[in-house]
Design a protein around this ligand. Structure first.
Ligand SMILES: [Cu+2]
Length: 149
């Protein structure tokens, strides 16, 4: 993929890389569960590894009206999802967002998401000093029954 970038584009991406180093987070295998027509919401999943203590504090996507960070938690006898203000990403530890656990919720889907297409998402991170940075990802849409990348 790098080989296909022009040297100018490569220089720009290296520049962005270096300025974002303060809250650098590796994003692996981002994917979104497919949705059907009229479906209101779906989940996005990935693996995040921060090089310094960082928190995932938000996300957005042109595919949805709102994007929230969710956790699963017991409410009485029921496992329910709920929004959290931030997901801690301790330095060097790989944090999984996966079905049944932490996930990113795309709410108010603007259209059905079909398997095989890519959904652009912007992840917003905040480092220990409160400095924010953003990372763009292209999440692959996987079939409704998918449980992993
Ligand atoms: Cu959710």
């Amino acid at each position: 993929m790098i080989a296909r970038l022009s040297s100018a584009a490569l220089a720009v991406s290296l520049f962005v890389f270096s300025t974002a180093a303060a809250a650098q987070v590796a994003v692996e295998a981002p994917w979104v569960r497919a949705s059907v027509a009229q479906q209101h919401a779906t989940g996005a999943f990935m693996r995040l590894t921060a090089q310094r203590d960082t928190r995932l504090v938000g996300a957005r996507s042109p595919a949805a009206e709102a994007v929230e960070v969710h956790e699963m938690a017991m409410e009485g006898q029921m496992m329910r999802m709920r929004q959290i203000a931030a997901l801690p990403l301790p330095r060097g530890r790989s944090i999984a967002l996966a079905p049944g656990g932490y996930h990113i919720m795309l709410i108010g889907l603007r259209r059905a998401l079909r398997p095989g297409e890519r959904v652009p998402m912007t992840l917003v991170f905040e480092d220990a000093h409160g400095k924010r940075s953003e990372t763009e990802v292209q999440a692959l849409v996987r079939p409704l029954g998918a449980t992993g990348p």
